[in-house]
Design a protein around this ligand. Structure first.
Ligand SMILES: Cc1ncc(C[n+]2csc(CCOP(=O)(O)OP(=O)(O)O)c2C)c(N)n1
Ligand SMILES: [Mg+2]
Length: 288
């Protein structure tokens, strides 16, 4: 997607998820098909982890009519109800509010709602209001903070009083775990416990996954504000390498081959798909 963006195939902007993959995959592995998920503008990982076809995701990012939302949502606002993705949100903290609302119906239906959001969102009003409400109402919501160390170009520590986001949730009385977000197994173990807690109707749970985005915030941000050596340190703990090291070589090579082919095919199909009918044509149809 980064290469396609640089080739001008993705219009507007794109916020890459490279480096954070283990968080959404680990959490979604603990969910059932009918659970709800709300994610951020960096929600491509969550979409795939929920089971969206790579073709539908690639086409949506490129604004093509075969995309998950007919090419009209683009990368920041993807919705896929068939896979329980109630939305990706461009508003920081929006996913927290949406998942909390979904939690109100989920409670009656035996479902669980999950909110993915960043460390920056933990300083939004939504965060405090929704977590308090969910705990008081005992809603089955799992809050997953993807702490990647930065909100845009600002280090999390510089803007986060107390410095410990999971501790904020613990203060409200919900189970809160801080996990290695680059370790798929650690995330999925934490997620299973959190989801089980929520599904048993005993209320919300919180996970703070410590991770890192390998590239800049969005578009062409080269991440020049990061201290020297920081990226290298995190690259050594790339979530894909951590998983790969636990597989045997044959298994790993086969998995890589399958994934690469699948992505290649998805991109080719998306590039061949038409753009949606122009918005203006549509507007004229409805004009009196
Ligand atoms: C309510 C709101 N305020 C500000 C912005 C501008 N903005 C977009 S992304 C971002 C940083 C959010 O950082 P974080 O929550 O840590 O998520 P990350 O991008 O690191 O995944 C900001 C401030 C916005 N989109 N919405
Ligand atoms: Mg962040």
């Amino acid at each position: 997607m980064q290469r396609l963006f640089l080739r001008n195939e993705i219009h507007g902007t794109v916020h890459l998820y490279i480096g954070q993959e283990a968080v959404s995959v680990g959490v979604c592995s603990a969910l059932q098909d009918d659970d709800w998920v709300a994610a951020t503008y960096r929600g491509h990982g969550a979409a795939l982890a929920r089971g969206m076809r790579p073709e539908a995701l690639a086409a949506e990012l490129m604004g093509r009519s075969t995309g998950a939302c007919g090419g009209r949502a683009g990368s920041m606002n993807i919705v896929d109800l068939e896979h329980g993705l109630i939305g990706c949100f461009g508003i920081v903290g929006g996913s927290i509010a949406a998942a909390t609302g979904a939690g109100m119906s989920a409670a009656r239906e035996g479902r669980v709602a999950v909110a993915f959001f960043g460390d920056g969102a933990a300083n939004q009003g939504y965060f405090h209001e929704c977590l308090n409400f969910a705990q008081v109402m005992r809603l089955p919501v799992v809050y997953v903070c993807e702490n990647n160390g930065y909100g845009e170009f600002t280090p999390t520590d510089a803007v986060t009083a107390g410095g410990d986001i999971a501790a904020r949730a613990a203060t409200l009385g919900m189970p809160a775990q801080k996990v290695d977000g680059n370790d798929l197994e650690a995330v999925s173990t934490a997620a299973r416990a959190a989801v089980a807690n929520a599904r048993a109707a005993s209320g919300p749970a919180f996970i703070e996954a410590m991770t890192y985005r390998h590239v800049g915030h969005s578009k062409s941000d080269p991440g020049a504000y990061r201290p020297e050596g920081e990226l290298d340190k995190w690259l050594e703990r790339d979530p894909l390498s951590v998983v790969r090291a636990r597989l045997d070589e044959k298994q790993a090579a086969e998995a890589e081959r399958v994934v690469e082919e699948r992505i290649e095919r998805a991109v080719e199909t998306a590039l061949a798909a038409p753009y949606p009918e122009a918005a203006m044509t549509r507007a004229r149809e409805y004009a009196p």
